[in-house]
Design a protein around this ligand. Structure first.
Ligand code: CAA
Length: 392
């Protein structure tokens, strides 16, 4: 089961946006009974990007402390996964690489498969480190989740980036083989190039997620994976936190285990803290769940096994296991992550709506972008169709 060389997540840091919209504000606007948001889908608030924030500024902000702690010398590859990219050709990670001052002797590439891309990036990183264990790979998952105003998806928006340093002899999580895989050509959620907001068949997408979970778990067991009762906790992709509960109840039921609510809460409860106040961050979502689990579980998770289920509409899913490394607590970023969510400025409904409808000029002219973010990097200007990023 475990390979001789331990490879996995050595450091994990996340960043989110300047603004936050409480669901009470959205509910007051659209007349929804707040229980639907707080209890029905499990969300309290969602992150809203400032005019000068995007996947690049969030990705660089997430990765900055990782590079500050470990240096950039051993990073030979940067993989940025996203489904809200800023260019059809240039990899967004190149802007991040430049903002972070990483060496030119680096390969940088962007990956896409809806919310699954972050896990694909992580598995590619594991493969690269297995080939040369002296190297490290910087994996960044960064997304802005955006649906049409007044649509059913609107309350499940959000934005965040996670940066993970992947290497040999990791300090946080050893990633195990095998993985359980599942792919199906379906249209549950997608975004054509000409749209800024996603299209989704909401209830079908929930069913598709659950179907993919069945498929990935089946493959995981067929590949010789662990028994369900060997896991201490499970991190699910969280388009909204209640999805993790729906998924986990199904997994337990299908395995013939009692889906008793106290067991479900024990397995899932610590994973939803950040997602419930950030909203959907697509590729980053499951890894915010992992951060939340490692930082909030009261018991010592050392040598305990965590199940991770990554789902990307369209669809690709993967179930894999990781084992927590003894001593992990000394490497967590509890204070920085708490600050990332508590420093956000509440925005009123009119301000949120204005940012939602904001589109950047497309005329190729010279345009300064309004300075709003308090984060370390900003989109400063557009010039001749080029995006100009600057440290703040
Ligand atoms: N108090 C408590 N609960 C309440 C309530 C109240 N007053 N009113 C309603 N609820 C409950 C409902 O009973 C329901 O619970 P169950 O799911 O347990 O039955 C829950 O709140 C949601 O209510 P509805 O199903 O009526 O909500 P909806 O139809 O308006 O939309 C949604 C729900 C389909 C998830 C919608 O938010 C949506 O389209 N979201 C975007 C798509 C999405 O997130 N899909 C998830 C799978 S795809 C994926 O994972 C990829 C990705 O990231 C997008």
């Amino acid at each position: 089961m475990s390979a001789e060389l331990a490879i996995g997540i050595h450091d994990l840091s996340f960043a989110t946006t300047e603004f936050v919209l409480p669901h009470t504000t959205l509910a007051a606007h659209n007349g929804t009974e707040i229980g639907k948001y707080h209890v029905g889908i499990g969300l309290r608030s969602m992150s809203v990007p400032a005019a000068d924030e995007d996947i690049v500024t969030m990705g660089a902000a997430a990765a900055k402390p990782v590079v500050a702690r470990h240096g950039g010398d051993r990073i030979r590859t940067v993989v940025l996964a996203t489904e809200s990219s800023v260019d059809q050709s240039k990899a967004a990670g190149i802007y991040v690489h430049s903002l972070l001052g990483l060496p030119s002797s680096t390969r940088v590439v962007e990956l896409k498969q809806a919310c699954y891309g972050g896990t694909a990036a992580l598995q590619f990183a594991v493969g690269l480190v297995r080939r040369d264990p002296s190297q490290r790979v910087l994996v960044i998952a960064s997304d802005v989740s955006k649906y049409e105003l007044d649509s059913p998806g609107e309350p499940t928006q959000g934005a965040a980036a996670v940066a993970m340093l992947v290497g040999a002899d990791p300090a946080l999580l050893r990633i195990e083989e095998p993985s359980g895989l599942f792919t199906a050509d379906i249209m549950d959620f997608w975004r054509p190039n000409y749209l800024s907001t996603a299209l989704v068949d909401g209830q079908d997408s929930v069913a598709a997620y659950l179907h993919a979970l069945d498929g990935a778990w089946k493959d995981y067991t067929e590949q010789g994976g662990r028994r369900l009762d060997e896991f201490r906790a499970f991190c699910y992709h969280q388009p909204f936190p209640k999805m993790a509960y729906k998924a986990h109840r199904q997994l337990l039921r299908n395995a013939g285990l009692d889906s008793d609510e106290s067991l479900v809460a024990h397995h899932i409860g610590d994973t939803t803290g950040y997602n419930s106040v950030v909203g959907n961050s697509y590729t980053a979502s499951m890894y915010l769940g992992l951060a939340s689990l490692l930082e909030n579980a009261q018991d010592d998770l050392s040598d305990r096994t965590i199940g991770l289920f990554s789902y990307g509409s369209g669809s690709v899913a993967e179930f894999y296991a990781g084992t927590v490394v003894p001593g992990y607590r000394a490497h967590l970023r509890v204070r920085e992550h708490d600050e990332a969510v508590t420093r956000r400025r509440p925005i009123d409904y009119a301000g949120y709506r204005a940012l939602h409808q904001l589109s950047l000029p497309e005329d190729g002219g010279e345009h300064a972008v309004a300075a709003q973010t308090g984060g370390p990097y900003r989109l400063a200007a557009l010039s001749g169709h080029k995006r100009i990023y600057r440290p703040r």
